[in-house]
Each structure stands twice: as C-alpha cells, then as structure tokens.
Design a protein around this ligand. Sequence first.
Ligand SMILES: Nc1ncnc2c1ncn2[C@@H]1O[C@H](COP(=O)(O)OP(=O)(O)OP(=O)(O)O)[C@@H](O)[C@H]1O
Length: 231
Amino acid sequence: MISVSNLSKSYNGVTVLNIENLDIPAGESFGLVGNNGAGKTTFFSLLLDLIQPSSGYIKNKNIIVSESEEWKPFTSSFIDESFLIGYLTAEEYFYFIGDLRGQTKADVDEFLKQYEDFFNDEILQKKKYLRDLSKGNQKKAGIIAALIGKPDVVILDEPFANLDPTTQIRLKKIIKDLDENTGTTILISSHDLIHVTEVCKRIVVLDKGETVKDIQTSQATLEELEAYFNK
Ligand SMILES: Nc1ncnc2c1ncn2[C@@H]1O[C@H](COP(=O)(O)OP(=O)(O)OP(=O)(O)O)[C@@H](O)[C@H]1O
C-alpha cells in the first residue's frame, strides 16, 4: 500500500530522516515509535505531502504522493489541531469532511452514532466552535473526522497523547476494531509503548531519522521495546 524509496529530509544540511526502504502492506496496523526528534512527524508530513523530500519518494497505492493528488480521496489523517477548522462546530466540521468524502449528512449522523461513548457528551450539540473545545476534545473530533467515509489509509500522529484514560481505552478499541474488521491501513505514532504494542501488529523504531527496529508485534515486543529505550 505504502512504499518508501530512498527517502530523506534535511534542514540546513542536517538530515533528520533517512529511510532507504519501507513497505507497509494494505490492511496493516503500523506503529511508529522513537524518542523526541526521531523523525516520526517528519515521516507522516512527507507521507501527506505537507513537506517536500530532499531525496527519494513515497508511493501510496502506487501514486508518488509529492507528484499527484490522487491519493487524497482514500487517505485521511489527524496530525494536530491545524487539521480542524476552528470556526466550525464539531457537527459542521464532520458534515464538511463527510461532503469531501461523498457522505450525506444522514450518512455522517449514522456514522457518528457509534462514537457517542467516545465523545462522552462533550462534542456534539454543544454549540461550541472547535477552537473552544479542550485540547483533548479537539483531538477526539479530529480522530473521528479522519475515519469518516471509510478511508483506505488512516494516519494518526500521537493519537493517545492528551486523552484521558477512559478515552485512551475507548480509542484502543476503535483502532483494534478498524484493524480487525476493515481492510484499513492504519499508521500510528506514539510514545506510549503499551498502547502502541496493543493496537499495532507491526512496530518500527526510528532513531535520529533511521529505522533501527522493525518488529512483528508479539508477547515479547513490549519488553524488547522497553529494554531498547532503557539503554
Ligand atoms: N522546519 C524545520 N526546520 C528545521 N528542523 C526541523 C524542522 N521540522 C523538523 N525539524 C527537525 O527534524 C527532527 C525530527 O523532528 P520530528 O518532529 O519529525 O520528530 P518526532 O519524532 O515527531 O519528535 P516528537 O516525538 O518530539 O514529536 C527534529 O530534530 C526537528 O527539530
């Protein structure tokens, strides 16, 4: 689904990401971990064509993302609040995204019903602009918006950060459900090794922009990652 070839990104002569080869098959739940500055957001930003590579390319379903927009209809993401439209209410934003993804208001309303628990009565029918929601509630809205219209690829940057424990547990369930019951390719970055090993079947570790581990998740993975980061 996603393939990376000789990809690098440098700023002022300093290379912050350098991935020779990486293939993420369709339907995989892929976790990206690494310390601060390892290059996780840089990788996702390149994948979403938000920044240009210094060399190499990423293909999403065989489309070079920096050369064509054709990957956009089947790819969706929540990286940060800049993905939201602050002067819309959550409903207005969901309908707007739904419209982009060929969903009617009724489709979106039906879709949102399954996330009532996740929203915990803090998002819908509040007559509040997205910019006035708390950071955690903005994130909830952004993550669910990213799932509207059943995109083939969903990219979430640190989805668990800033969420309360109840919401983190509910989010894990949502991600596992997506993974197990749909063919969605899910890419998640996280600093939470427990969550990421629980929801992702494969974990790649980035260190200073390089992939240093590529693990199919098993019972032993959490321990392996903890030992690695405890070095
Ligand atoms: N516009 C920029 N100009 C210069 N350096 C940049 C720029 N954007 C990112 N970097 C650098 O690229 C490196 C990788 O940053 P990135 O945000 O991808 O890391 P990360 O793994 O997402 O980190 P974190 O866990 O802290 O979110 C960092 O050293 C960062 O300072």
